[in-house]
Design a protein around this ligand. Structure first.
Ligand SMILES: Cc1cc2nc3c(=O)[nH]c(=O)nc-3n(C[C@H](O)[C@H](O)[C@H](O)COP(=O)(O)O)c2cc1C
Length: 175
C-alpha cells in the first residue's frame, strides 16, 4: 500500500518545470528515464517510438533557437525528443503512433519527477515548422515524427503543481 501511495503522490506532484539551475544530467538518469518511457502501453504492444537524447550544449542551444515555446532548453542540462514511427504503429496508423508516444511522454515526465529533476512537454507535433526544425538540428529522417522536445534540468523550486481536480468533470454512471 505504501508503494501505491508513493506512486500516486508522484503523479500529483508532477508539474511542468521551466526554471532550471545549472547542472548536468547523467547518462544513467537519462537511461532510467528512457526505460520508463519504453514501459508505456502501446496499441498491440507495437512500441512505435524512438528517442533522441541530447546533452551537448551546442545542440540544446540550436534546438532552442528555432523553438519559440521551448526556450527553457537554453537552461536545461539535457533534452529528450520523443519520436513517433508510423511504420511500426498498429495498422501503420498515424493516430496510433501519436497516442502511443504520448503515453511514453507522460512516463518520461513522471520518471523525471521521481528522480528529483524537472521537465516540460514542449510541442513539436503537430506544428510542421517546429518538427522541421527538430529534424534539421538532430538529423531526424523525414518519415519520423518528432512529437515533442522535453527539456530536463535541475529545478529551482519555482514551479509547483497546480490543483486541477474538478468534480464536475466526472459523470458517474452516465453522461
Ligand atoms: C501537447 C502539449 C503541448 C505542450 N506544449 C508546450 C510548449 O510548447 N511549451 C511549454 O512551455 N509548455 C507546453 N506544454 C505544457 C503545458 O503548458 C502544461 O502541461 C500545462 O500548462 C499544465 O501545467 P502542468 O504541466 O504544470 O500541470 C504542453 C503540454 C502538452 C500536453
Amino acid at each position: 500500500m505504501k508503494e501505491v501511495n508513493e506512486a500516486l503522490s508522484l503523479i500529483l506532484q508532477r508539474k511542468s518545470v521551466r526554471n532550471f539551475r545549472p547542472g548536468a544530467i547523467t547518462k544513467t538518469d537519462l537511461e532510467t528515464i528512457l526505460r520508463a518511457a519504453m514501459s508505456a502501453p502501446s496499441a498491440r504492444n507495437t512500441q512505435p517510438w524512438e528517442f533522441v537524447a541530447v546533452t551537448d550544449r551546442h545542440t540544446l542551444d540550436a534546438l532552442a533557437g528555432g523553438l519559440p515555446y521551448a526556450k527553457m532548453l537554453y537552461q536545461a542540462g539535457a533534452a529528450v525528443v520523443v519520436c513517433a514511427i508510423v511504420e511500426k504503429a498498429n495498422e501503420r496508423m498515424l493516430e496510433y503512433a501519436i497516442l502511443d508516444t504520448c503515453a511514453a511522454t507522460q512516463n518520461i515526465l513522471l520518471a523525471v519527477e521521481a528522480l528529483g529533476l524537472g521537465a516540460v512537454w514542449t510541442a513539436l507535433y503537430p506544428r510542421s515548422e517546429r518538427m522541421e526544425h527538430a529534424r534539421m538540428v538532430l538529423h531526424i529522417p523525414d518519415r519520423i515524427i518528432p512529437l515533442c522536445a522535453i527539456p530536463i534540468g535541475h529545478p529551482t523550486g519555482e514551479d509547483q503543481p497546480k490543483e486541477k481536480y474538478k468534480a464536475d468533470n466526472i459523470h458517474w454512471e452516465r453522461w
